[in-house]
Design a binder for this molecule. Structure first.
Ligand code: NAD
Ligand code: TDX
Length: 331
């Protein structure tokens, strides 16, 4: 099978490429990535001779048509992915997440190529902290941020291309990922690298907001199940029952790094900050027998901390610029 992976130099995409090449099945991988600030070829270190890398934009129709014409399937990760950036400047989010997805959909439509669309639970908006409910495949869309609104728009395009043009697509909406190669602008690696550079972790507001954490390897093992056995037109929710509030996560990072769990700062809250995400992944588990491998967040977090400690060269040069961006955004 020839798989075109968009965004394969980003966090989840690079872990997907590594896992895919390690599966021992006959797959030819091509990565299409624009290498924005969030993408790095060093995330694909030591794999270079096992796949083809193309630096380019998913909104470039000629390039996309050419690459899609040579593929059997497309797994679409490429996106602008950070909520805080989408509040500071929404425009690249509209271009990449909406126009980029549209460009890919037109190409898979033209060449009859199987397409999987990687999306987020944020399209459903947020839940109250005391609500026993979780998101299901039937929860109505209600996105809050420019980022999640563009992801919701891209999901809707996929659904329309399935219904109107018979595109062979599946969708998945996953909860918050953590693990190696995550950009240090994101919550968990930002705090780990803060501690490693002698800076106090930064918690937005009171830290009561809840995220449903899943290890990136579990997201990717679920994606392969959907790719191989998913029903065309269907949406699958991916999560591993990892609900925790941000305060608990910051304290756990500090504890696992042998620091005082109170050594963090409360900073200005994110505008429109979603309160809680929670995924009901029972459909995926019941239909495919999928199970997450990382059932202990504590152990997954410990190995993630070890990875950032052991791979300083991967993130160190960028740390000052990322924090300067946050300073400019006053968070
Ligand atoms: P990321 O920001 O780490 O990586 C995005 C990658 O896309 C980068 O390599 C970047 O260079 C590339 N890219 C950006 N614009 C591009 C363009 N125009 N053309 C080609 N490549 C481009 O993101 P991530 O966290 O790995 O997320 C990957 C996907 O998974 C996204 O679609 C995101 O919405 C979705 N998702 C993420 C999470 C999460 O917790 N991180 C959870 C659920 C879903
Ligand atoms: O310094 C911080 N302090 C803090 O308290 C940062 C960067 C974040 N936070 C909070 C905000 C959120 O409640 O931590 C939580 C997680 O923040 P992010 O890592 O920015 O993730 P989130 O906004 O929840 O979105 C993530 O999950 C869904 C990904 O970035 C998205 O790409 C994915 O779709």
């Amino acid at each position: 099978m020839r798989v075109l992976v968009t965004g394969g130099a980003g966090f989840i995409g690079s872990n997907f490429v590594r896992a895919t090449l390690g599966r021992g099945v006959d797959v030819e991988v091509t990565v299409l990535d624009y290498l924005t600030y969030a993408g790095s070829r060093s995330s694909l270190f030591a794999l270079e001779d096992q796949f083809k890398f193309v630096e380019g934009d998913i909104a470039d129709a000629d390039l996309v048509n050419h690459l899609v014409s040579e593929a059997d399937s497309v797994v679409h990760f490429a996106a602008e992915s950070h909520n805080d950036n989408s509040l500071a400047d929404p425009s690249p989010f509209l271009r990449t997440n909406i126009i980029g997805t549209y460009t890919l959909l037109q190409a898979v439509r033209t060449y009859g190529v199987r397409y999987h669309h990687v999306s987020t639970d944020e399209v459903y908006g947020d839940l109250a902290l005391d609500d026993p409910a979780k998101f299901t495949e039937y929860t109505p869309y209600n996105p809050s941020s420019p980022y999640s609104a563009t992801k919701a728009a891209s999901d809707m395009l996929v659904r329309a291309w399935v219904r109107s043009f018979g595109v062979r697509a599946t969708l998945s909406n996953c909860s918050n990922n953590y693990g190696p190669y995550q950009h240090i602008e994101k919550f968990i690696p930002r705090q780990i690298t803060n501690v490693l550079t002698g800076v106090r972790p930064k918690l937005y507001g009171a830290g009561k907001n809840v995220r449903d954490w899943i290890h990136v390897e579990d997201h990717n093992s679920a994606l392969w199940r959907v790719l191989e056995s998913g029903e065309i037109g269907r949406t699958y929710l991916i999560g591993s029952d990892g609900e925790l509030d941000n305060l608990t996560v910051v304290r756990l990072i500090l504890e696992l790094m042998d620091k005082d769990p109170n050594e963090f700062d409360h900073v200005t809250d994110r505008a429109g900050h979603d309160l809680r995400y929670a995924i009901d992944s029972s459909m995926l588990r019941d239909e495919f027998g999928w199970q997450p491998h990382y059932t202990s967040f504590r152990e997954g977090l410990r190995s993630t901390i070890d990875w950032y400690r052991d791979n300083r060269a991967w993130w160190e040069n960028e740390k000052a610029a990322v924090e300067a961006r946050y300073q400019a955004q006053k968070v």
